[in-house]
Design a binder for this molecule. Structure first.
Ligand SMILES: NC(=O)c1ccc[n+]([C@@H]2O[C@H](COP(=O)([O-])OP(=O)(O)OC[C@H]3O[C@@H](n4cnc5c(N)ncnc54)[C@H](OP(=O)(O)O)[C@@H]3O)[C@@H](O)[C@H]2O)c1
Length: 363
């Protein structure tokens, strides 16, 4: 256990940490100071962000089986901002649309300093609607106007293609995004679950600031071929589902915890034998957490943060208390031994996505 002296204070209360860890006057220029709280910042391409972001999807989409609580979600967003989170992640498909609307309400009057990220490409506005990939320039034009309106803003800081569209050359998609950057509607562009060739081709048209892909202790497929390309090109990595969609926190012990319409019921790794085998992974994360005097969620995030200064995970939660817990991982430095134990974990049994959802993943 390396950090427990300072880290324990953070677990007990964020304000205490500041006093314990950063005496006044020691805040570096790469850090953010607000309400007495510091979070380390990293660069995604040229984009400066607090290194722990907030994924808003589950507030209105995917994991909502037990109901949504917009008032608590808004409080969670505000708490995140108070704790130094800047990167907030949504997409037009979340809901669809309702998640962007929620963020628009939450960020009214608090837009400054937020790095607002959203995604297009999984709603075909002239075609089949939600669930139909469409990254054509015409669809992007329609999508961006809708997102700007719902988010209540005149610019999107980071605009991602949600999935690579096999029907549209990436050069055309990025060409359209470059026009939006030139017009000031978009600050920086990103890709999600794109493969190495697509990333290179996109970056040759316009600099890509970030690639957002699933990456966590039990989903490490990007390490071999994608991460090296990001590093070569100076593109940041935004790991999504960094807590393994809740599993790595140790709080998910049975499939029956999920409501009937929870997305995770469709996921092979949350099913049957795979689920039971994967519990050993969550148990080992919990064991390292006990050693580090931290929670399993914090350990899962700290391992990601240890992968480099170009990595900014976006843990998702709709609860204030978990925002506090997750952002506190910024102060947790794992020992070499703890990192080794975590890196040695086996990959999850079973894919995250059912076969149909895997179609658009470039891995
Ligand atoms: N680009 C893509 O295709 C893509 C795909 C998936 C997700 N994303 C983005 O990535 C974000 C995060 O991913 P995710 O939400 O799928 O997965 P995640 O962050 O790995 O896990 C979220 C789940 O963990 C629970 N949780 C959060 N903090 C916890 C804690 N400290 N202790 C116990 N449970 C905790 C949440 O429940 P509560 O909400 O009840 O706390 C939720 O069920 C999303 O919000 C979305 O913005 C992008």
């Amino acid at each position: 256990m390396t950090t427990s002296g300072t880290f324990h204070a953070y677990r007990a209360g964020v304000g205490l940490l500041t006093a314990a860890r950063f005496p006044s006057g020691t805040v570096g220029e790469a850090q953010h100071w607000e309400w007495g709280v510091v979070m380390k910042h990293v660069k995604l391409g040229g984009l400066d962000v607090g290194r722990i972001g907030l994924g808003a999807m589950g507030m209105s989409h995917g994991y909502t089986g037990f109901g949504t609580d917009d008032a608590e979600s808004v409080r969670a967003i505000h708490r995140a901002l108070d704790l130094g989170v800047t990167l907030i992640d949504t997409a037009e498909i979340y809901g669809p649309y309702t998640n962007e609307e929620l963020l628009g309400r939450a960020l009214a009057g608090r837009r400054d300093g937020v790095v607002l990220a959203t995604k297009f490409g999984l709603v075909s506005h002239a075609g089949g609607g939600p669930g139909h990939p469409d990254s054509s320039p015409a669809n992007i034009r329609t999508a961006v106007e809708g997102s700007l309106k719902r988010l209540g803003t005149d610019h999107i800081d980071l605009y991602y293609q949600h999935r690579v569209d096999p029907q549209v050359p990436i050069e055309e998609t990025v060409g359209a995004l470059a026009e939006l950057v030139a017009e000031g509607k978009v600050g920086a562009i990103g890709l999600s679950e794109a493969g190495p060739d697509t990333i290179r081709r996109a970056h040759a048209v316009h600099p890509v600031a970030a690639v957002q892909s699933e990456y966590s202790l039990w989903t490490r497929g990007i390490e071999e071929k994608i991460l090296p390309v990001l590093r070569e090109l100076g593109i940041g990595l935004v790991p999504f589902s960094p807590l393994g969609r809740g599993f790595l926190t140790g709080m998910v012990r049975s499939r029956e915890q999920f409501a009937e319409d929870d997305w995770r019921r469709t996921s092979p790794r949350f099913s049957g034998e795979n689920f039971d085998r994967n519990l050993a992974i969550a148990d080992e994360v919990q064991a390292v957490a006990a050693d580090a005097d931290a929670t399993a969620a914090q350990v899962a995030l700290a391992w990601l943060l240890a992968q480099g200064d170009d990595v900014a995970p976006i843990p998702g939660t709709k609860r204030v208390a978990r925002v506090e817990e997750n952002t506190a991982a910024d102060a947790l430095t794992l020992t070499a031994d703890q990192l080794d134990r975590l890196s040695a974990l086996p990959s999850a049994a079973g894919d995250t996505h059912a076969e149909n959802d895997r179609r658009l993943l470039e891995r």
